[in-house]
Design a protein around this ligand. Structure first.
Ligand code: SF4
Length: 337
């Protein structure tokens, strides 16, 4: 890492894709018993008890340690020569020097068991995490295949020229609704549009989109056969992670898209998509390799293609995730020519 802001941001995104969010936040010392004990000792230094002082044996032949020399007596300062009084009109106000207060007693040791809830920069983010399953009642009937295009268009019309969250004012050019087949059995959910998507109005069209296309093709499908959407539909500035307020405001639209498409399998691409679909904030390592339920569909979690571009070593792991999806959908990889 060369230390530039760009590389630092890339490193933070790398950690975020792994589900590590709080690298920038100082941890609460009460979370760590060892740190708490250290903090206690620092906050309230205690002199060792007299009995703890090592006693010299009475008949020891070891010479007694030399006592430190008596403190150096400083000569009393000579009296300050008195200045002749100035005329009152030219005199600066008298400076009153307050003698230093007596040394304050050390504060009592901090009791972390009685500590109030952390506030300020230590406060946990106000992020009401609710899974898509709990966000609204599950649909009682499927939308007829012939009606899905119109139903999705109705959702798009509801979004309109949306200004419901701050991303509306963060320089977006297009609201990126979705792409693909409304009757798809497989749905991919990403985090939010990037610069290319913002410019085109279509999700996953940049480099990450090209990699997603390759992943879809490797599964024996074409991009037009799947449905692709994001948690937020407007580009966060500098491609930062959507704030909880933004994601929570926009998620109901994605929820309606899921309920209309009703795919058999949803693949959550990256930690942000998994966080909001599942209503949990865990590392990808915890969430991968198992099936989750999202609105009646089986949900697999894997790496975001943008992360795979930064760390291609994880492509094999992502392929394992997609192979489980292929088994579930009865897909076979295309024959090599
Ligand atoms: S991100 Fe979603 S909620 Fe926010 S302005 Fe865009 S469409 Fe509206």
């Amino acid at each position: 890492m060369d230390g530039s802001a760009e590389s630092l941001r890339g490193y933070l995104e790398y950690l975020r894709d792994l589900g590590i969010y709080d690298v920038y936040r100082t941890s609460d010392p009460s979370d760590d018993p060892a740190l708490a004990a250290w903090w206690k000792s620092v906050a309230s230094p205690v002199a060792p008890p007299a009995s703890a002082t090592p006693q010299r044996p009475a008949n020891s032949s070891v010479p007694a340690p030399q006592r430190p020399a008596a403190p150096i007596q400083r000569p009393a300062p000579s009296p300050t020569p008195q200045r002749p009084p100035m005329p009152s009109s030219n005199r600066a106000p008298d400076i009153v020097i307050t003698p230093p207060a007596a040394a304050a007693a050390p504060p009592p040791a901090y009791d972390f068991d009685q500590a109030p809830a952390p506030t300020g920069q230590f406060a946990p983010p106000a992020m009401p995490l609710v899974s898509f399953n709990k966000l609204a009642p599950l649909p009682t009937e499927r939308v007829a295949p012939a009606d899905k295009v119109a139903a999705l268009q109705k959702v798009r019309d509801t979004i309109g020229d949306c200004t419901r969250c701050p991303l509306a004012y963060a320089g977006r050019h297009n609201i990126v609704f979705a792409d693909g087949d409304p009757n798809a059995e497989l749905m991919f959910v990403g985090e939010g549009p990037g610069a290319d998507e913002d410019a085109s109005g279509t999700p996953f069209v940049g480099k990450a989109g090209q990699l997603l296309n390759n992943m879809i093709n490797a599964m024996g499908l074409k991009r037009e056969q799947v449905y692709i959407a994001n948690v937020v539909k407007c580009r966060p500035p500098q491609n930062r992670t959507p704030e909880p307020k933004e994601a929570n405001t926009c998620s109901p639209f994605l929820l309606q898209q899921v309920d209309i498409v009703q795919p058999k399998v949803i693949v959550a691409l990256g930690a942000t998509a998994a966080t909001y679909l599942l209503g949990v904030k865990q590392s990808l390592a915890n969430l991968r390799g198992q099936w989750h339920d999202v609105r009646g569909a089986k949900c697999a979690v894997t790496y975001h293609p943008a992360f795979l571009l930064r760390d291609p070593r994880q492509k094999g792991e992502a392929w394992k995730d997609l192979q489980r999806v292929m088994v579930e959908l009865g897909l076979k990889p295309p024959a090599r020519s």
